[in-house]
Every structure is written in structure tokens, then in C-alpha cells.
Design a protein around this ligand. Structure first.
Ligand code: PBG
Length: 333
């Protein structure tokens, strides 16, 4: 009886390529750079800083401080910031009309930031009514329902004043149907054809947004209500693909998946299906969770920060909106 020559055991040793730092670097399939980061900033109409208790290490910034943060982003090489206003409660109304006041807080801050840093930094402004509505919903409420088409008209007005203030990217996070196409038309008609639309195309009705709602002050307005009639259920994957397909057909330049870490399967699927610029939002609850564990001494903050951000890149994200942006950018210098 003859036997085939036996291969030395084991013929394949994956540990060989892991054995040295140079070999690990040479074989690495994904990497994180400063150019992958978008830094979210909360702003308030005043000066100084206001810590957000449920987001350790994150503060709302006064106008001067927001301009300083924008300069810091440029110095660190962060490509873009996303501004979120904490609106004075006296300006919140049922019809959220402060959203399309051309002199509202985000418009003023955007003008100041653009005057200070110009084209060295992209400014992304959210489009949704929750920072401005007395009920905390992203759309207009009629008879207890968030109404779609009327909301879209307001979102168009909000987009146009934000573009006129000088933002580079309009990021609709409201999840109304048809808003991308309508906003694109409104921007073009107002002479803002150069302004990009980054659509929060696959945004889930998530409990991970809690600290954000504290930061912008919408938690109290929303109370026990939820956003399940417009944000997607966490059970959905095909529906996310459908949403992205529609938003791209309506003219979105890039798409966002949100939240991030619990939805990396969606990030991967969106990137593989469409091959378009795909972003992910490591949302407030994800940040708070990692920070709280690190602050308790249970996790190594820098290690989990860098690992979680690299995981987004591995999944296929082109960039990550993250409250760790500044700290990660410092590590990446
Ligand atoms: C609302 C909006 C939310 C976030 C960004 N834009 C919250 C929500 O939908 O209630 C959450 C981001 C975060 O948790 O960091 N348009």
C-alpha cells in the first residue's frame, strides 16, 4: 500500500504573518486615518462650555468655542464637522419654525466657522425638526401623527437657509419619504447645486440616541413618545437596502447608516450593494457605553476607541461620525 506524501503538520501556519509588527502591517486589510473622521459638535447660543452629563468628555460649545473647535479640527486634519444646535426652549414651537430662520443658531455658527476656516473644513448640517419642535419629533405633528409631505416642505426651507449660511453638506436625518429628491430640487432652484446631500438613509429607531437627546434638549420634549413610524425597526435589513436605493435615485451623494456598531452588517451590505460613499454614525449611546466602562477602569479607552473605529472601516465604511473624533485624530498624528 502506498500513501501520498504527508504534508508537514501543519502546512499552513497563519501565525507566520502575525509574528512580527512589519508583517502585520504589510498584510493589514483595512486601516484608519484622520481623513476617515467626522467630528460632531453641539452648540448653544452663548459662550463657554456646558458639559453633557450623559456624554462624559463632550460639552456643548458656545459660538466662540465652536469656532475654536473648527480650527482645532483643521489643525488635526479632520476633514469635516457636523453641527447640532441645543436650541433655547423658548424658540421651540409646534411648527418648528426656528428651523428655517436664516439667523438661527446653526446658521450663525456656520457663517462664523466658514469665515474662520473657509474651505479647509467641510461643515455638515443636520436636517430634521427635532431640535426646534416643542414635541421633539423630527417632523410636523397633526392629530398625533407625524405627517410626511408637509414636513418635507419645511425640511426644504431648512435646507435652503442652511446652504445659504455656507454649509457644504446637508444631512437629512429625519427619515421622511421623498425628502432627498425634494431637497435636491429646492437646493438647485436656490442656486446651491454645489451643496452635497449626505442622506441618513438607513436610520433605525434606536435606544442608543438617548445621550444625544439630552445634549440637544429634545429628550424632555419627546417624553414617552417614540419615532417608530419613520425610523426603521432594528429587525430590518432588506428595508435598509430599499431606503438606500431610493435615496440614491433621488440624488443623495452619500449615505449614512445609524447607529453604527450594532448595525455593521448593514454598513457592509450597503457598501457591497451600491459601492457609493458610505458613512456610519457611532452614536451617542455607543460612545457613552465605551466611555463609561473606560472611566470605571473596566476597558482601555484608547484601545477600544481605535478598535471600534477600525471595525467600521473593515465593514466598508468610508468614514465615521464619532464623538471620539478629536481623541482618535490625536492618536493618529
Ligand atoms: C435627530 C438626530 C438624532 C441623532 C442625530 N440626529 C436623534 C434622534 O433621531 O432622535 C442621534 C445621534 C446620536 O445619538 O449621537 N434628527
Amino acid at each position: 500500500m502506498t500513501f501520498p506524501p504527508r504534508a508537514p503538520f501543519p502546512a499552513t501556519r497563519l501565525r507566520r504573518v502575525r509574528a512580527h509588527d512589519w508583517a502585520r502591517r504589510l498584510t493589514s486589510e483595512s486601516s484608519l486615518s484622520v481623513s476617515d473622521l467626522i467630528w460632531p459638535l453641539f452648540v448653544f447660543d452663548g459662550s463657554g462650555t456646558q458639559p453633557v452629563p450623559s456624554l462624559p468628555g463632550v460639552s456643548r460649545l458656545g459660538i466662540t468655542q465652536a469656532v475654536e473647535a473648527a480650527r482645532r479640527a483643521v489643525d488635526l486634519g479632520i476633514p469635516a464637522i457636523a453641527l447640532f444646535p441645543a436650541t433655547d426652549p423658548s424658540l421651540k414651537t409646534e411648527d418648528a419654525r426656528e428651523a428655517f430662520n436664516a439667523d438661527n443658531l446653526v446658521c450663525r455658527v456656520t457663517r462664523e466657522i466658514k469665515a474662520a476656516v473657509g474651505d479647509a473644513l467641510g461643515v455638515i448640517l443636520d436636517v430634521a425638526l427635532d431640535p426646534y419642535s416643542s414635541h421633539g419629533q423630527d417632523g410636523l405633528v397633526r392629530d398625533g401623527q407625524v405627517v410626511n409631505d408637509e414636513t418635507v416642505e419645511v425640511l426644504c426651507r431648512q435646507s435652503v437657509v442652511q446652504a445659504a449660511a455656507g454649509c457644504d453638506v446637508i444631512a437629512p436625518s429625519d427619515m421622511m419619504d421623498g425628502r432627498i429628491g425634494s431637497i435636491r430640487q429646492a437646493l438647485d432652484a436656490a442656486g446651491h447645486a454645489e451643496v452635497q446631500i449626505m442622506s441618513y438613509a438607513a436610520k433605525y429607531a434606536s435606544a442608543f440616541y438617548g445621550p444625544f437627546r439630552d445634549a440637544v434638549g429634545s429628550a424632555a420634549s419627546l417624553g414617552a413618545a417614540d419615532k417608530k413610524t419613520y425610523q426603521q425597526s432594528p429587525s430590518q435589513s432588506n428595508e435598509a437596502i430599499h431606503e438606500v436605493a431610493l435615496d440614491l435615485a433621488e440624488g443623495a451623494d452619500s449615505v449614512m447608516v445609524k447607529p453604527g456598531m450594532p448595525y455593521l452588517d448593514i454598513v457592509a451590505r450597503v457598501k457591497q450593494t451600491f459601492g457609493v460613499p458610505t458613512f456610519a454614525y457611532q452614536v451617542s449611546g455607543e460612545y457613552a457605553m465605551l466611555r463609561a466602562a473606560a472611566d470605571a477602569g473596566w476597558l482601555d479607552r484608547d484601545a477600544v476607541m481605535m478598535e471600534s473605529l477600525l471595525a467600521f472601516k473593515r465593514a466598508g465604511a468610508d468614514g465615521i461620525l464619532t464623538y471620539f473624533a478629536e481623541a482618535a485624530a490625536e492618536r493618529l498624528q
